[in-house]
Design a protein around this ligand. Structure first.
Ligand SMILES: Cc1cc2nc3c(=O)[nH]c(=O)nc-3n(C[C@H](O)[C@H](O)[C@H](O)COP(=O)(O)OP(=O)(O)OC[C@H]3O[C@@H](n4cnc5c(N)ncnc54)[C@H](O)[C@@H]3O)c2cc1C
Length: 811
């Protein structure tokens, strides 16, 4: 083995081999792969080899599309067959709700450029005669589905990588990882030590153990998974003979089974409710290419439904039962990217669908390593999306929940119960007693809405407007007419201090930094000029800044900030997490309320819009920002957690005579829609530039230097390809959710990022991206938005429907 390499990829499963290939493709030739035993000897060898594009996140779906398209290229370069069967696949709906879900998926596929079509049960039976038509209400056909040979495909990646210059060392187990003072890694193996500039953890079933070598506990867990291979079936032989093609894949959501043709029989796999984790603490190094004992009892409930839905399967003989382990993260998407605090250590693990996702993971990671950026939006699989709250037990509970729900519908207003409550603030019990319906916000229980006395605090899950509708409406009215209070502990909060703080922030952010006592809103760009953050920044004094941002992106942002910190120690960076919690009061009477809680002058003249102050409020030391995401007169009050109850009690007592109401996140999001305010992760993501996102007023191109400035100048000159716009939608009883296609002139021209009902303005609202040339098309009903399969007329709103001049925020 050589003594030095640019990249050491640990693990020769399909994912490690894909990363290796993509690194060579991106131009890095001095790269090696270290494999404990033989290629594919982890979870890869016994995979069922199916691939598909469907994913809850459209960006992951796109990467799955990339993976599936890659196999021809691999075969061409390597000369190795991947054993491809591009048979197409049917997703079978057993209920109207499932059919609505398929219509949503079909709509989304349109703007992703994926080829899907909706079918009646008899059309589905025509393609797959094994089904009993009466159990289904419809289906979706996905032309990209198929299956392959897992071993051949992994070899094709490996051969292509070798052709590109990579080296692969088999029988070489990595036993320890040590970081040198120069930032490179000493990778100790059973065949000696190799020094690497970068290390990639593609350890699959052992990814947790590889993580532990650098002191981290990755949220990843293996689950047992079973599939059956049947003997030859006359129905299959007959279909092949008469139609001259293979049967398509099928997913039967109700039965929780997937199936496909294998030779003259079928493969049938289950995601059963009674699922079982494998090696919940430590994966033994000696585990080899062996299978686990099958347990048919566990999957019997699925088989019983499946046999009714596919009667021929009941009489088919079983040739083989495969039970093998493979890994999942808590939400089922991969863990990819650099690990915060460990420069040069990268993850490519928890890939549960290696043959749908492996190519995309390899592409993203290689671009990230070579160019400093994955090149597209990989947030849904970024390893940074989990915080320290994703402990081993949390992971275990969430992975089981996710596995058992793999074929269940996740409704847009559905909060999953697994591993909750994980984090709570001191107000948790008080708010529950007030009727709060809680949601999970980056591991923290956060009030979504409040059920009035006599109403059960529970969501009825639906794709349509649901039982929370009148109550969220009442909350919105309460804010707009008087004053409301909501908990905002879930925001990310940071402190940036030291003599270099101001210039550090000025280089990272697009806006001018505030003077002492003031706030600014500012996007943050990457060097390519794409949005990687959106913050509120306060200046306490010239060497101390406070900053608020998206809770979900805390680790993502810390990773970026740390990579940009000056080496001279002139900047200190602190993430408060729940060491700083907050309440926001908003509405036209919020100033009266505030005035009763403090001795300070809070008049409009003394405390202006976008002011920041340190002051005592309700007897407790607090920081106050005069800003509100509701778009109304409002204040955010930030305190240490030990003061939060006192602050809350003070606000409640003083607010009673003013008509104070409690409101939750759903009302807050509705109120912000009425102001056309964007949100991070929906409207603001690293695929958009600041002008496209309509954030021009927060970009100070007069500043001499900030990251992304050159690209921003180019975007301003060109106008950008896309433009964020807001719509009023002629919706019926279902509002947009996000990811719906936007139609214009009979074509899909854009997509929705978020939306909902504007309860104060009483309109259904949406935001999304359209080509910039169409952004000025403000004629009534010039667009259509596809909601649950129906095209609804939509009108661009050039100005917010609530308070377009912004007078309320400034009053
Ligand atoms: C029964 C079953 C059916 C499946 N069906 C499908 C399917 O139809 N479609 C699909 O897309 N996916 C399927 N999968 C999932 C698929 O197998 C995985 O997504 C894929 O194998 C993940 O590959 P990987 O490279 O991440 O991990 P692995 O295949 O586990 O590879 C990890 C490799 O790293 C090596 N390694 C670990 N630690 C070290 C170390 N310290 N030093 C050196 N080497 C190390 C291991 O030896 C191993 O070879 C199935 C899985 C199972 C079990």
């Amino acid at each position: 083995m050589k003594s030095h390499t640019r990249v050491a990829v640990i693990g020769g499963g399909v994912v490690g081999c894909s990363v290796l290939y993509h690194l060579t493709k991106a131009g890095w030739k001095d790269v090696v792969l270290l494999e404990r035993d033989q290629l594919t000897c982890g979870s890869t060898w016994h995979a069922a080899g199916g691939f598909h594009t469907l994913n809850g996140d459209p960006n992951v779906a796109k990467l799955q599309g990339y993976t599936i398209g890659l196999y021809d290229e691999l075969e061409r370069i390597s000369g190795q067959s991947c054993g491809l069967h591009r048979s197409g696949g049917l997703l079978l709906a057993e209920s109207p709700s499932r059919m609505e879900w398929l219509k949503m998926a079909h709509g989304r596929a349109r703007y992703l450029g994926l080829e899907t079509s909706l079918l009646t049960p008899s059309e589905a039976k025509e393609l797959l005669p094994l089904i009993e038509e009466k159990y289904f209400v419809g289906a979706m056909l996905d032309a990209a589905d198929g299956n392959l040979d897992p071993y051949g495909t992994t070899q094709a990646y490996a051969k292509s990588a070798r052709i590109g210059g990579a080296e692969i060392y088999l029988q070489t187990r990595v036993t320890a990882l040590a970081r040198r003072p120069d930032g490179t890694w000493d990778v100790a193996t059973t065949a000696g030590t190799i020094n690497a500039e970068h290390v990639v953890n593609a350890g699959g079933l052992w990814a947790r153990e590889v993580g532990r070598m650098v002191g981290i506990e990755l949220p990843v867990l293996a689950m047992e998974h079973m599939y059956l291979v049947t003997d030859d079936m006359p129905e299959v032989v007959e279909f092949n003979r008469t139609r001259g093609r293979e049967l398509p894949h099928a997913i039967d959501f109700k039965a929780e089974i997937y199936m496909r043709q294998e030779h003259n029989g079928m493969v049938l796999g289950t995601y059963e409710k009674a699922c079982v984790p494998w090696q919940p603490h430590t994966t033994p190094w000696e585990f080899g290419s062996e299978l686990l004992p099958p347990d048919l009892d566990r999957i019997t409930p699925s088989l019983e439904v499946g046999f009714k839905h596919f009667p021929a399967m009941e009489h088919a003989g079983i040739k083989r039962i495969i039970n093998g382990p493979f890994t999942f993260s808590p939400d089922g998407n991969p863990l990819v990217g650099p690990v915060q605090g460990l420069p040069g250590f990268w993850c490519a693990c928890a890939v549960m669908a290696g043959f749908s996702q492996g190519g995309g993971v390899g592409l993203a990671l290689s671009q990230w390593m070579v160019n400093g950026d994955p090149g597209f939006d990989v947030w849904a699989m970024d390893v940074a999306r989990y915080g320290e709250w994703a402990t081993r037990r949390y992971t275990n509970e969430k992975v089981r929940e996710n596995y058992s729900r793999r074929f269940s519908i996740r409704f847009p207003n559905e909060e999953l119960p697994g591993a909750r409550p994980q984090q709570t603030t001191s107000l948790y019990d008080t708010l529950l007693a007030e009727g709060a319906v809680m949601g999970d916000s980056w591991g923290l229980e956060t009030p979504l809405w409040f059920a009035p006395r006599g109403v059960e605090p529970r969501d009825v899950v639906s794709f349509h407007r649901s039982n929370d509708f009148p109550h969220v409406k009442a909350e919105c009215r309460g804010v707009r007419e008087a004053v409301g209070v909501t908990e905002i502990a879930n925001f990310a909060k940071y402190e940036i201090s030291g003599p270099g703080a101001a210039s550090f922030l000025a280089r990272l952010m697009t806006n001018k930094m505030p003077r002492a006592g003031r706030l600014v809103l500012t996007p943050m760009l990457n060097p390519a000029g794409k949005l990687i953050g959106d913050f509120t920044i306060a200046c306490a004094n010239p060497e101390r800044f406070l900053m608020w941002g998206s809770s979900q992106a805390q680790i993502y942002h810390m990773r970026w900030f740390e990579s940009q910190l000056p080496k001279d120690g002139s900047v200190r960076l602190r993430r408060f997490d729940l060491d700083l919690v907050g309440l926001s009061i908003a509405g036209p009477r919020s100033r009266e309320l505030l005035a009763q809680l403090t001795d300070e002058d809070v008049s409009g003249a003394a405390l202006k819009f976008m002011d920041h102050r340190a002051m005592d409020i309700a007897n407790v030391p607090a920081m106050l920002n005069r800003v509100s995401y509701t778009g109304d007169l409002g204040y955010e009050i930030w305190v240490r957690p030990e003061y939060q109850r006192r602050l809350y009690a003070g606000i409640r007592a003083a607010g009673r005579p003013l008509g104070l109401i409690l409101f939750g996140m759903r009302a807050l999001l509705s109120l912000r829609l009425e102001k056309n305010f964007p949100t991070w992760y929906r409207e603001l993501r690293p695929i958009y530039g600041p002008f496209e996102a309509d954030l021009e007023r927060f970009v100070d191109l007069g500043k001499p230097d900030f990251i992304g400035r050159e690209a921003a100048l180019r975007e301003k000159a060109s106008g950008g390809a896309l433009r964020r716009v807001s719509f009023a939608v002629d919706a019926a009883d279902a509002d947009v959710l996000g990811d719906e296609p936007i139609w214009h002139g009979g074509k899909v021209i854009g997509w929705i990022t978020s939306g909902g009902y504007g309860h104060w303005v009483e309109r259904s609202l949406a935001q999304g991206y359209v080509p910039s040339a169409l952004a000025g098309e403000t004629a009534e009903r010039a667009f259509e938005i596809e909601i649950l399969g129906e095209r609804r007329a939509a009108t661009i709103l050039p100005a917010p429907l609530f308070d377009p001049a912004g007078a309320r925020m400034r009053m």
